[in-house]
Ligand binder design. Structure first.
Ligand code: 13P
Length: 250
C-alpha cells in the first residue's frame, strides 16, 4: 500500500504540561492545521483542558485511559468518558507509562481494546530502550510489544502505531534516517502479518522530532507522521512540523 492511502498524522503529546493560559497555543495550532489539509493534526492534551478547546476546531486526544468503562477506580478516567468529552484518540502504552507505572503489553492491549470499544482510535506506542538498542534487540522487542499490545479488533481505521525509541524521547538523540526507515518497514511487515489490513496502519515516529529534522524524517517512505512531545507545546515549534508533513511526498 502506498503512503498516499495512509493517513498522515501530526500528533502532539502534551504529557503533564499545559494550563488555561496555554490555550492560545492550541488556537494557533488549530488555525495552521486547517490550512494543511493533507495532514490530520491532533493534540493529546491533559484532561483538564478538554472542555476548553471546543471552539478551536482541532481533534483532541487523551494520553491514557482505564480498561473499564466506569466503576470504583479513584483517580482514573475511562475511554467512554474521554469519548463523552468529544475526544477522538487515546495514546496507550507510552513508554513513560510502561516504565513509570510498570504497564505490561497485556494491560496496554486491554486499554487499547477499551479505546476501540468506546469508538475511539488507539495510538499504541512501542519502542526499545537504550540497552535493548545497543544489544541489537530492538526488532525482537518491537515484535513482542506489537504481538502483545494490539487488540484482536485492531485495523487501519481504529489503530495508529507510534514507534518511539525510549532513548530518543526528550534527549535530542535520534536514530539515523536509515534506522528509522528500516524499523518502520519491519513494523509494517509485523502489522501486515498480525492484522488483516495491517499494512494500511499509519506508523508515526516519535522521539526528539523538531521543525529542523521533520522534513527528512517525513521523506522516509514508511513514516506516516510523528508523535511529538516537547515541540508540540508551542505553536511556533509545532506548526513547522505540520507544514513539513504537509509538504512531504505522499
Ligand atoms: P519528545 O518529542 O519530547 O522527544 O517526546 C516524544 C514523545 O514521548 C511523544 O509521545
Amino acid at each position: 500500500m502506498s503512503q498516499r492511502t495512509r493517513t498522515k498524522v501530526a500528533a502532539g503529546n502534551w504529557k503533564m504540561n499545559g494550563k488555561v493560559s496555554d490555550l492560545k497555543e492550541v488556537t494557533k495550532i488549530a488555525h495552521a492545521a486547517r490550512q494543511r489539509k493533507t495532514v490530520f493534526t491532533l493534540l493529546c492534551l491533559p484532561l483538564t483542558l478538554f472542555g476548553r478547546v471546543g471552539g478551536a476546531g482541532l481533534s483532541v486526544g487523551a494520553q491514557d485511559c482505564h480498561v473499564s468503562a466506569s466503576g470504583a477506580h479513584t483517580g482514573e478516567i475511562s475511554a467512554e468518558m474521554i469519548a463523552d468529552a468529544s475526544a477522538t484518540h487515546v495514546i496507550v502504552g507510552h513508554s513513560e507509562r510502561r516504565t513509570d507505572y510498570l504497564e505490561s503489553d497485556c494491560l496496554v492491549q486491554q486499554k487499547a481494546q477499551a479505546v476501540l470499544g468506546a469508538g475511539l482510535t488507539a495510538i499504541i506506542c512501542v519502542g526499545e530502550n537504550r540497552e535493548q538498542y545497543e544489544a541489537g534487540q530492538a526488532l525482537a522487542v518491537l515484535q513482542a510489544q506489537i504481538e502483545g499490545s494490539l487488540p484482536e479488533a485492531a485495523n487501519s481505521n481504529n489503530v495508529i502505531v507510534a514507534y518511539e525509541p525510549v532513548w530518543a524521547i526528550g534527549t535530542g538523540l535520534l536514530p539515523t534516517n536509515e534506522e528509522i526507515q528500516s524499523v518502520h518497514s519491519e513494523i509494517r511487515e509485523m502489522l501486515g502479518r498480525q492484522v488483516v489490513d495491517g499494512e494500511g496502519i499509519s506508523i508515526l515516529y516519535g522521539g526528539s522530532v523538531k521543525g529542523s529534522n521533520a522534513a527528512e524524517i517525513f521523506s522516509l517512505p514508511d513514516v506516516d507522521g510523528a508523535l511529538v512531545g516537547g515541540a508540540s507545546l508551542k505553536a511556533n515549534d509545532f506548526i513547522p512540523i505540520i507544514e513539513a508533513l504537509d509538504a512531504a511526498e505522499a
